[in-house]
Design a protein around this ligand. Structure first.
Ligand code: NAD
Length: 484
């Protein structure tokens, strides 16, 4: 079994404690990783601080160099795509074909931000004076990047790539359960990109309440970027409130509506309903976990969903025809099963709900019929469980869709472009898809309204989150102010 250390200052350091990482498909331990103490984290932060403060890594003259390093990271990820995808699948349970998409997207994210490193800039502003007024864009500083377990390497890249492009230094805290691909990535970087200055990229593994909280509380960290649950976002805000103000970007939870009007193409729409919620075992922040169906087609729609759900192949995530793997941990499986138990009481189970025999943490794709008042329709389950809800008309659909504290994403299906655009404008969500659900592009902003987040990742919006804006005003009058 492989044993890992933390990656600090371009070297490997041990930590206070260790823990076993378990393969969720087999329930067998597969690696040993560090469990860092607060002192371990503080040492990594100190290194990142020193590099940020005392080297020219962040200087605008190094933008080309930062871009080239990101291109090299992209090339490394592409070269080792098969091995990284396999490890991702073994660590978090996602089907191998999906892991390959994720690792490919990880490389694309490094490429996109490598290009951006030389393309962000300030502006020259007209002011009513004899002066030159302009802005400089400068790196925010030392950033704590806190990652969830559902897309471990990809969601690291969403933060790491723009942070490095901007000239920040980072301490990354991968999810407690899924640190392996990031640690392997650091091994590749250490070997193949010696020009990356020590202290720019640091990785510390361990518990959220220790490592994450230390990042949130440190006076030496300028920004925290979290992807995780809404409650974790609140805990981080409390940590920050009790210590040192810092910048934040939060990508949080969701309970997204996937809305089907009666004029939608039934076959494409039912595919979209299942893909929207069951991809990655439903462990997706933007999962369309509320399927809203116009009552005229409701019965036909559910029958078709049931029929297609039977075709979802649940099993060994390393097999190429598997469409659904295990959930990430036993603890998470138990959480999802407890929601299914709750659903049996408060809603009508249409199909699924079981737990296939065997060792892994599997849960069958599960469909409930309910309305928008039940807990299974309101709370983020983060598993293969969908709440189907009938609606009467457009106004009713919008009302139900927006009746949630979350606002990450929404999707709608109809052939009527006027209706589509009316509904797009009425929905309170950061991402709205029409006649599809889940495509995600590094070029386009990602983030949530309401309780689903703060700030945006990806596109040019993503790098902005790692930049400060400095106003510079140059007086061009040679005479003094003449006031006194
Ligand atoms: P989580 O909130 O439990 O953990 C996320 C990260 O935060 C982990 O690294 C964890 O160790 C750390 N953490 C936990 N407690 C902390 C604390 N008190 N202080 C600092 N850090 C702490 O989330 P998860 O279970 O890993 O992932 C699932 C959640 O992430 C879901 O709610 C999902 O919707 C959300 N998510 C959102 C997006 C998005 O783009 N909006 C994407 C993926 C996942």
């Amino acid at each position: 079994m492989k044993t890992y250390k933390n990656y600090v200052n371009n070297g490997w350091v041990g930590a206070a404690d260790t823990r076993e990482i378990v393969n969720p498909a087999t329930a067998q331990p597969m690696a040993v990783v560090p469990v860092a103490s607060r002192q371990d984290v503080e040492r990594a932060i100190a290194v990142a601080r020193t590099t940020f403060d005392n080297t020219d890594w962040r200087d605008s003259s190094k933008a080309q160099m930062r871009g080239r390093i990101l291109f090299k990271m992209a090339a490394l990820v592409r070269k080792h795509l098969a091995a990284l995808a396999e490890l991702e699948t073994m660590n978090c349970g996602k089907p191998i074909v999906e892991a390959e998409f994720d690792i490919n997207d990880t490389a694309t994210c490094f490429e996109y931000n490598g290009g951006l490193a030389t393309k962000y800039h300030g502006e020259t502003i007209n002011v009513p004076d004899n002066a030159l007024n302009f802005t400089l864009k400068e790196a925010v500083g030392v950033c704590g990047l806190i990652i969830p377990w559902n897309y471990p390497l990809l969601l690291t890249a969403w933060k790491l790539a723009p942070a490095l492009a901007a000239g920040c230094t980072v301490v990354v805290k991968p999810a407690t359960q899924t640190p392996l691909t990031l640690l392997e990535f650091c091994k590749l970087v250490q070997k193949e990109i010696p020009e990356l200055p020590p202290g720019v990229l640091n990785v510390v593994t361990g518990d959220g309440a220790v490592v994450g909280a230390a990042l949130a509380e440190s006076p030496n960290v300028d920004k925290v970027s979290l992807t995780g649950g809404t409650d974790t976002g609140k805990a981080i805000l409390r940590s920050i409130g009790n210590s040192h103000i810092k910048k934040i970007t939060f990508e949080l939870g969701g309970k997204s509506p996937n809305i089907f009007f009666a004029d939608a193409d039934l076959d494409a729409a039912t595919d979209g309903a299942l893909f929207g919620v069951f991809i990655n075992q439903g462990e997706v922040c933007t999962a369309g976990s509320r399927v809203l169906v116009q009552q005229d087609i409701y019965k036909k729609f559910l029958d078709r969903m049931k029929e297609k759900t039977k075709r979802i192949k649940l099993g060994d995530p390393l097999k190429r025809d598997t469409k659904m793997g295990p959930l990430v941990t036993k603890e998470h499986q138990q959480k999802v099963l407890s929601y299914i138990e709750l659903g049996r009481k408060e809603a009508k189970l249409v199909m699924g709900g079981g737990q296939p025999k065997g060792k892994g943490y599997f849960v069958e794709p599960t469909i409930f019929e309910t309305d928008n008042t039940t807990r299974i329709a309101k709370e983020e389950i983060f598993g293969p469980v969908v709440a189907c809800i009938p609606f009467k008309d457009e106004a009713d659909a919008i009302k139900i869709a927006n009746d949630t504290p979350y606002g990450l994403s929404a999707a709608l299906w109809s052939r009527d472009i006027f209706k589509c655009l009316r509904v797009v404008k009425a929905l309170r969500a950061g991402i709205v898809w029409v006649n599809t659900m889940q495509p995600c592009y590094v070029e386009s902003p990602w983030g949530g309204y309401k309780q689903s987040g703060q700030g945006r990742e990806m596109g040019t919006h993503g790098i902005e989150e790692f930049l400060e804006t400095k106003q510079v005003h140059i007086n061009l009058n040679e005479a003094g102010i003449g006031w006194y």
